[in-house]
Design a protein around this ligand. Structure first.
Ligand code: HEM
Length: 406
């Protein structure tokens, strides 16, 4: 029998949890930091435990067995089991090294002015509108444009990417109706075919790449005589869209939403724009875009505080709750309050360990420019209706955030 009376079930979450999961996280962290979910999986909510799970050699990200019953041999199976995030060493290590050229300091230097340009254009349009939705009209538009530059997706195809990403990631939800599953398979095939064409063109004309494009580096990149296979190349390009799309949009949307909820912090940032760096770290901590990660134990591993450890057995599935870890009072002073100038902030919104987000510098650049310039351009920013969180527990983000700026 457990020594607590919590009756939380991660497979049966309600709207209250989606609106505000933090009271539940707090109870779990205080009463059952290594919580056994009714389906036998475990939920970790302490900072120290989540970090341990991400760093421990006895933890696997490989999904070749787990995804088989759900995806069969279809395109979703190929995609998710080929993307580096769902692989262990040595496959993960090799793909990660080969993908690193997409995030080199040179590529990031090329991308930064493009981010500025995209943001300036969006802000000009929003200024003319006066009233708009932050999510639809601002936060979602930026990462799609940036990834399009990286993959060389021409302008006429860019409107398709948001939907592809939703369909492919949506297929990872715990329960997926057959038509949604089929739409996910189709999205992998269609986006894959588009990328194959772009790769063919770049392969024939490597010198013609646009600013910020990374395809040539990924096609021709070689480490220790090894290259990405054609399937690895296409599937990891698809993964770059998925990894950097909703997460970055959530950072921008959540950041502006936090500033609207805490007007004193908005004023601080307006008076001292140099705080944008620590402000973005605080938004990442306070409303982490990716709330719940996952690992599978490949050995018995102990978690929990020293005086109450629990052994998670080999083969158990673990939910690593980043959103709870980032509000753990053992790691952060006043974790439930927002401080855009927070000095000590070792937040783990980008994960930690060998799978730490490859796009973390790019995500930070996008967040700082998008939120910093927005606050600077619109000093009269105010709410203009009810915000609404979307219905997925693993990601923390809004569907709607209506504002007025004149
Ligand atoms: C604020 C924005 C972002 C957040 C919060 C975020 C968060 C994360 C997290 C938590 C992981 C680790 C997953 C795990 O350990 O299982 C991850 C992995 C990854 N992210 Fe991000 N991400 C963001 C933006 C981006 C962007 C912009 C890109 C690229 C365009 C990107 C590319 C990746 C890649 C390639 C991985 C896999 C790394 C690996 O498995 O070794 N991310 N991200």
């Amino acid at each position: 029998m457990p020594d607590h009376e919590l009756a939380f079930d991660i497979n049966k979450i309600d709207q209250d949890f989606l609106d505000d999961p933090y009271p539940v996280y707090r109870k779990l962290r205080e009463q059952a930091p290594v919580y056994r979910n009714p389906d036998g999986t475990f939920i970790l909510t302490r900072f120290a435990d989540v970090v341990k799970a991400f760093k421990h050699p006895g933890m696997s990200s490989d999904k070749t067995v787990d995804f088989k019953p759900k995806f069969g041999d279809g395109p979703l199976y190929t995609h998710h089991t080929t993307s580096l995030v769902f692989n262990d060493p040595p496959v993960h290590t090799r793909i990660r090294k080969l993908l690193a050229s997409a995030f080199s300091p040179r590529k990031l230097t090329e991308l930064e002015p493009l981010v500025e340009q995209v943001i300036n254009n969006l802000l000009d349009r929003l200024e003319r509108q006066g009233e708009f939705d932050i999510i639809e009209d601002y936060a979602l538009a930026l990462p799609t444009e940036v990834i399009s530059y990286m993959l060389g997706v021409p302008e006429e195809h860019r409107h398709l990417l948001h939907n592809y990403s939703n369909l492919i990631l949506g297929a990872l939800d715990p329960v997926v109706p057959p038509e949604k599953l089929q739409a996910g398979h189709d999205a992998v095939e269609e986006f894959g075919a588009m990328l194959e064409e772009l790769i063919q063109v770049r392969w024939k004309m490597p010198g013609q790449a646009g600013q910020g494009e990374v395809l040539a580096a990924l096609i021709f990149g070689e480490i220790d005589g090894e290259k990405l296979t054609p399937v690895e190349l296409v599937q990891n390009c698809i993964f770059l869209l998925n990894a950097g799309h909703e997460t970055t949009a959530n950072l921008v949307g959540n950041g502006i939403s936090i500033l609207l909820d805490y007007p004193d912090q908005l004023k601080r940032l307006q008076n001292d724009p140099g705080l944008i760096k620590t402000a973005v770290e605080e938004f990442l901590r306070f409303e982490s875009p990716l709330q719940i990660g996952n690992r599978k134990a490949t050995a018995d591993v102990e978690f929990g505080p020293e005086d109450a450890t629990v052994t998670i057995p080999k083969d158990a599935f673990i939910h690593t709750c980043i959103g709870a870890a980032n509000r753990d009072p053992e790691e952060f002073d006043n974790p439930e309050s927002v401080d855009v100038g927070r000095a000590h902030n070792p937040q783990i919104a980008f994960g930690i360990g060998k799978h730490i987000c490859m796009g973390n510098t790019l995500g930070r650049i996008e967040g700082r420019i998008a939120i910093g310039k927005f606050v600077d351009r619109f000093p009269k920013l105010r709410k203009n209706g009810e915000k609404k969180f979307h219905g997925r527990a693993r990601f923390r983000g809004l569907d709607k955030l209506p504002v007025a700026v004149t």
